[in-house]
Design a protein around this ligand. Structure first.
Ligand code: PEP
Ligand code: NA
Ligand code: MN
Length: 609
């Protein structure tokens, strides 16, 4: 049964914003779509689009008794993650992209893109999605317009961002600047050619022009490659805007914690992709009397307020969480949000009763599934049922523990910043920075074992400054300098305290030294009690670690030897680490801020003393 395609007139300009009308006409001329549809963001439109995607075989409608108004998508097996090797920052000067980014001359890149996008939407509908990152009633709302030939992208963007008619009206009324974000799956259809369920191209280009604040994405339909409001705008382009305008666009969750004394604090925490950000963002504290509420799980825009306090907002409207490892025992808050429906799953497995499953969702593994590639699966199959980077895409408003302050355009005051990675060795459970600049040093040297969130090897230690390695839209040394200089706007008494954490350290026998998940609330409690001046700490060469008895371990079953392994600062391990940091800092060349070089020198001297 076919649905009438969602479409508007090609001829009629659908906006009074001259710049937008001109850009849409230009892109339509270049990409030659069959139809143009201006996305209004309505529920009726979503129903029609998802209906078309079901007919096309892109989406499978889930059993509404299990997952109401929810769908599963299965991508091309070659299009399952962000492609960092195909991601470019095309600043005018190569120097301004820095060593952490791929760079190409903007004119050269524009010529390539023009060629790839020419006719790339033939036989398809071109969707125009007006969106805003952050609240529409913000003082200076950050608008974007994504043009895409993927209805899956439209449906996903509706969950992840504020999109549609209201946003367009505000862009028009205020004659606002918007970030033009062009996306094509790069799979034009010749007349009569049958479509495939997940069109994409073998050749992928994820390209940013930081000076003109524009985005071009070609060839992939997947997540961070295609939902351009997320990583491309809210991190890469926004980090450049933030540098120029005096704020910070960071890869951080935002969590509100309230103590038994009814005092509230907000914590921002940066972790690389697939290192438990969503779990920490939706944490159920195990320490009695503490309450957690969430504001965001992935992206955090921060600026210093009028009183010199650091204020944070989450620019997103949904969760795009890694599914495997998200379960009723590990993250019941995410599971409850997902169970309310209105979600799109990508590359998860299907249960025989029309639901979804992934590794770690339930303790009991289903006896039979259809795996993410459509094959029959049993626990003996010897391969994961869901792709390791499979995702759930769910409205954040469905999270029961969502803080009402999420909706406030003024955001919340951040009291603590956590930087964390996935390290088997060396990095203790928690270390408090000596001061703000030392905290930036800890962030700048953050390291983590790679995960399935990006294509390439898994489990290799790489440096990931502030967990922003794939997302800094400009020179990494300039980025650190921006962090350092921005604190001139701060009230020194209200500067957040900075902590380095590692939930993933192993014992000598190979197991995790720390239980993680809800028990991480014990570490958060210690951090807040440090802010309150209550918890004891021991000074080590790398910073302050919990003093004996200062970490609340009441009711926790962790052996003293595991705990010692979790907390230790091992001089031998740090010998190797210092060499690793030397190598890392050498890569910055002369763009490494002198303050960071001095911090490294100080660290070496403290170890030598
Ligand atoms: C993605 O990979 O598509 C994505 C949105 O980002 P992350 O890997 O940080 O979750
Ligand atoms: Na480079
Ligand atoms: Mn992320």
């Amino acid at each position: 049964m076919g649905h009438a395609p969602v479409q508007d007139s090609v001829e009629q300009a659908m906006t009074t914003h001259a710049g937008l009308a001109a850009w849409v006409a230009e892109i339509a001329g270049l990409t030659q779509p069959e139809n143009i549809h201006w996305v209004d963001g309505s529920a009726a439109e979503y129903a029609a689009l998802t209906g078309e995607l079901v007919d096309a075989g892109t989406l499978t409608r889930l059993n509404p008794e299990l997952f109401p108004n929810s769908f599963a998508a299965f991508s091309d097996p070659k299009d399952v993650a962000r492609v960092e090797g195909r991601t470019f920052i095309c600043s005018e000067k190569e120097r301004d992209a820095g060593f952490t980014n791929n760079w190409m001359d903007p004119a050269e890149m524009k010529a390539i893109l023009k060629d790839r996008f020419a006719g790339s939407m033939r036989g398809r509908t071109m969707y125009v999605i007006p969106f805003v990152m952050g609240p529409l009633d913000a003082e200076d709302p950050k608008f974007g317009v994504e043009i895409t030939d993927s209805a899956y992208v439209v449906a996903s963007m509706r969950i992840m961002a504020r999109i549609g008619a209201d946003v367009l009206h505000k862009i028009e009324q205020t004659n606002a600047f918007f970030v033009p974000a062009l996306h094509s799956v790069g799979a034009p259809l010749e007349p009569g050619q049958a479509d495939v369920a997940w069109p994409c191209s073998d050749e992928k280009w994820i390209v940013h022009f930081p000076e003109e604040r524009s985005i071009f994405s070609y060839g992939s339909g997947y997540g961070g490659n295609a939902l351009l409001g997320k990583k491309c705008f809210a991190l890469r382009i926004a980090s450049v805007m933030a540098r120029d305008e005096g704020w910070l666009a960071e890869h951080m969750l935002i969590l509100k914690l309230t103590s038994p004394e009814n005092k509230s604090y907000h914590v921002a925490a940066a972790f690389p992709s697939a290192c438990g950000k969503t779990n920490l963002a939706l944490l159920d504290p195990t320490v009695p009397g503490w309450k957690a509420e969430t504001l965001g799980d992935d992206i955090n825009w921060m600026r210093f307020g009028k009183e010199g306090e650091l204020r944070a907002v989450n620019p997103e409207a949904g969760l795009f969480g890694v599914a495997p490892g998200t379960g009723w025992s590990t993250n019941p808050n995410a599971m409850a949000a997902i169970a309310k429906g209105n979600s799109i799953f990508t590359n998860v497995a299907l249960t025989d009763d029309g639901g979804v499953w992934w590794e770690g969702m339930t303790d009991q593994v289903p006896a039979h599934l259809t795996d993410w590639q459509g094959s029959s699966w049993t626990p003996g199959s010897g391969r994961p049922a869901a792709h390791p980077n499979s995702r759930f895409c769910t409205p954040i408003a469905q999270v029961d523990m969502l803080s009402q302050e999420y909706f406030s355009p003024e955001g919340v005051e951040i009291n603590a910043i956590l930087f964390g990675g996935r390290r088997k060795t060396t990095i203790p459970l928690v270390t408090q920075a000596r001061d703000w600049t030392h905290g930036i040093f800890l962030g700048s040297t953050l390291s983590s074992e790679t995960t399935a969130a990006a294509t390439g090897a898994v489990g290799v230690v790489r440096r990931d400054p502030m967990a922003m390695l794939p997302f800094i839209g400009y020179d990494a040394g300039d980025y650190l300098k921006h962090w350092i200089e921005l604190s001139a706007d701060a009230n020194p008494d209200r500067l957040p305290k900075i902590f380095l954490v590692n939930w993933f350290r192993r014992t000598s026998s190979g197991g995790f030294a720390w239980p993680g998940f809800g028990e991480n609330s014990r570490v958060l409690k210690w951090a807040i009690e440090r802010i309150e001046g209550k918890a004891g700490a021991v000074e080590t060469p790398i910073g302050f670690v919990p003093a004996e008895g200062s970490l609340d371990l009441d009711g926790l079953e962790v052996s003293p030897s595991d705990l010692a392994d979790a907390l230790k600062v091992d001089a031998g391990e740090w010998d190797a680490e210092l060499a690793g940091i030397d190598e890392w800092y050498a890569r910055f060349g002369d763009s490494l801020p002198a303050e960071m070089a001095a911090e490294l020198e100080g660290l070496k001297q403290r170890f030598a003393a």
